[in-house]
Write a new protein. Structure first.
Length: 278
């Protein structure tokens, strides 16, 4: 039997993130063969992942970053089962490494992101997730990946990392960055459906219009006024749920369109993404 030292166990722990006892057991089973011990731990991760495949992974981290001189913003969601794991420093580093891989490689889809190498590790992100499932004992998954490219992009991470937003603008400069931070926070706080009414799905508008008519009739309004009342309700809905028409959370006397115009003429939002856990 090979002589397994504390240093051997510690080295395996540093490379895999597994617990000390798991590392020692793997080294004993592998008769001191370091690479074989790693394979044993990975197989354990595969087994745990298979056993927890039907579990809900609703906790985790939503993290975003602006990069490439502010011209690109990336947002990822890495899920786990419990908030206890989500708030662990190691899980935060794990999620950040995935975000950095997305930034460095610009994958075209979530599936392509999972095929990328995990930092300097020999494993892909997909393989690392299986390994870490064995280490942590919880289901782990990358459930979302969003990007925006524009002349200026801003990323906002809400404290606690359960909510993040990214937003793009057609112009650059210090003033744009300053107001951009406010608007990224606006998106996070007020959850608009689209930049303006043109971006709202027609099915949503039709639903609100039908609902408005139904409510007006239920309230006993004259049938001749029902259409006009319903249209007014849709207008109010669009004001509250489209970014440019929303009242600013920093100045409720102005809407976002006015703030953009005051910042710089022809300044516009090119797009945004927002994700919140739960």
């Amino acid at each position: 039997m090979a002589n397994i030292t504390a240093a051997d166990v510690n080295n395996l722990r540093k490379q895999t993130g597994s617990g000390m006892m798991d590392c020692k057991k793997a080294l004993v089973e592998a008769n001191g063969d370091f690479e074989a011990a790693i394979d044993i731990l990975r197989k354990k991760g595969q087994k745990v992942a298979a056993n927890r495949g039907d579990r809900d992974a609703k906790e985790g981290l939503v993290i975003a970053k602006s990069t490439n001189g502010g011209k690109k913003a990336v947002l990822v969601v890495v899920n786990c089962e419990t908030d206890f794991v989500a708030q662990n420093d190691d899980f935060n580093k794990f999620a950040t490494t995935i975000l950095d891989a997305a930034i460095a490689n610009s994958p075209a889809s979530l599936e392509e992101l999972k095929k990328l190498k995990f930092g300097s590790d020999a494993l892909t992100i997909e393989e690392k997730i299986i390994e870490q499932t064995g280490v942590i004992g919880e289901k782990i998954e990358v459930s979302a990946y969003e990007t925006i490219e524009a002349e200026t992009t801003i990323a906002y991470n809400h404290p606690g990392n359960k909510l993040a937003s990214i937003v793009g603008f057609n112009k650059s400069g210090d003033k744009i960055e300053e107001v951009g931070k406010q608007i990224a926070m606006q998106i996070a706080a007020m959850n608009p459906l689209a930049v303006d009414e043109n971006g709202v799905d027609k099915a949503i508008i039709d639903h609100e219009l039908a609902l408005g008519k139904e409510m007006a009739l239920a309230e006993g309004k004259p049938e001749a006024m029902v259409d006009k009342i319903a249209e007014g309700k849709v207008k109010k809905f669009l004001k509250e749920n489209t970014l440019l028409n929303q009242e600013s959370i920093t100045d409720n006397k102005k809407n976002i369109a006015q703030i953009l115009k005051e910042t710089e003429n022809d300044l516009s939002v090119t797009g945004f993404k927002r994700i919140m856990l739960g």
